[in-house]
Design a protein around this ligand. Structure first.
Ligand code: AFP
Length: 316
């Protein structure tokens, strides 16, 4: 129900979560993440674009903005009172917050995905996966919520708690208000976002991409996972891939911080996400920073990728 005098599209995030029956601690957690994003935007707009002088676990130079966004989220989660464990792309181990896990959550996040695009003023985002209890090394299907925040020309927040996908936009007062509900994907799309160098594609992937191209699909790749997935979700069509490559057999993107939350959102919108053989949400991470290949978006387009891999590369 909307507040009298307000259309439901002026409903703010907290009110929407309460009205749709989301559990109190989870509502609080999602709202804390939304609050953190306001400080992250400020850092993106005004912060230092240089390197931090540190490296992450992958040996990548951390940007000052990566470190700042990570600190902002960590602090917020730490003080939320509802988080047991947290883990980010910028950390090398799980950070315990509380030993009391009853009714609480563990959170995996990429604080500023695509941060190397900020200096050329392209869109970037924050991605968050929320699990019940203390364990973070579980299949993505056990998430209770997934969220991303897109810092583009506008700031939007897209979330699901397993009851469809909702988009909120940040207004002039820096509040998130409801823009779209029950976002859904068509079975088959007309867009593709192919990551990875083409000369490193394996035969199955090459044949898949050529088949899409013969069908006349449009190329739309920004180099940022959040804007690229957001485009698929909100246009309601398309497929994003960052496949296994000859020189990167596990692809580039991280299962826990990037793929699981996006797969959860895309499945909730009626789409699919696969590593080429099985659903991303069924993969059990054995390490925190595990990577996986990904084909994500419209159901039929993802099924076609699996079929091409079976035909040209056989069973895994
Ligand atoms: P960074 O966080 O290192 O900028 O990587 C961004 C990203 O993880 C993801 O947002 C993109 O989908 C993907 O990498 C782009 O990778 P390519 O630069 O190889 O296209």
């Amino acid at each position: 129900m909307s507040e009298p005098g307000k259309t439901k599209f002026q409903v703010d995030l907290r009110r929407h979560l309460r009205e749709t029956g989301v559990e109190d601690n989870l509502t609080h957690l999602i709202c804390e993440i939304a609050e953190a994003s306001k400080y992250i935007i400020h850092s993106i707009r005004t912060g230092d674009l240089g390197v931090a002088g540190t490296s992450n676990l992958y040996g990548e130079k951390q940007l000052a903005l990566d470190v700042l966004a990570d600190r902002i989220l960590r602090k917020r989660l730490d003080h939320s009172g509802v988080v047991v464990n947290m883990m980010s792309e910028e950390m090398d181990q799980i950070i315990p917050v509380s030993t009391d896990w009853e009714g609480k959550y563990s959170v995996a996040f990429d604080p500023l995905d695509g941060s190397s695009l900020v200096d050329v003023n392209l869109a970037v985002g924050t991605i968050v996966a929320i699990f019940p209890g203390y364990d973070l090394l579980r299949p993505g299907r056990e998430q209770v919520a997934a969220i991303y925040i897109l810092y583009g020309p506008r700031t939007t927040l897209v979330y699901s708690v397993g009851d469809g996908v909702y988009e909120f936009g940040m207004n002039n007062l820096m509040e998130y208000t409801l823009l779209r509900e029950h976002i859904t994907l068509k079975p088959k799309g007309n867009l593709y976002s192919p990551g990875g160098l083409r000369n490193q594609y394996t035969p199955g992937v090459e044949n898949y991409v050529s088949t899409l191209e013969k069908r006349g699909v449009k190329l739309r790749y920004s180099g940022g996972f959040v804007p690229d997935i957001n485009q698929v979700l909100l246009k309601g069509e398309g497929v994003f891939l960052y496949p296994h490559l000859k020189d990167l057999p596990r692809g580039k993107l991280r299962l826990l911080f990037e793929l699981s939350p996006m797969a959860y959102l895309v499945e909730q919108a009626g789409g699919a996400a696969s590593d080429g053989h099985q659903p991303i949400l069924d993969l059990l991470p054995t390490q925190i920073h595990e990577r996986a290949p990904v084909f994500i978006g419209c159901k039929d387009d993802v099924a076609l990728a699996e079929e091409m891999l079976r035909t040209y590369e056989g069973k895994k």
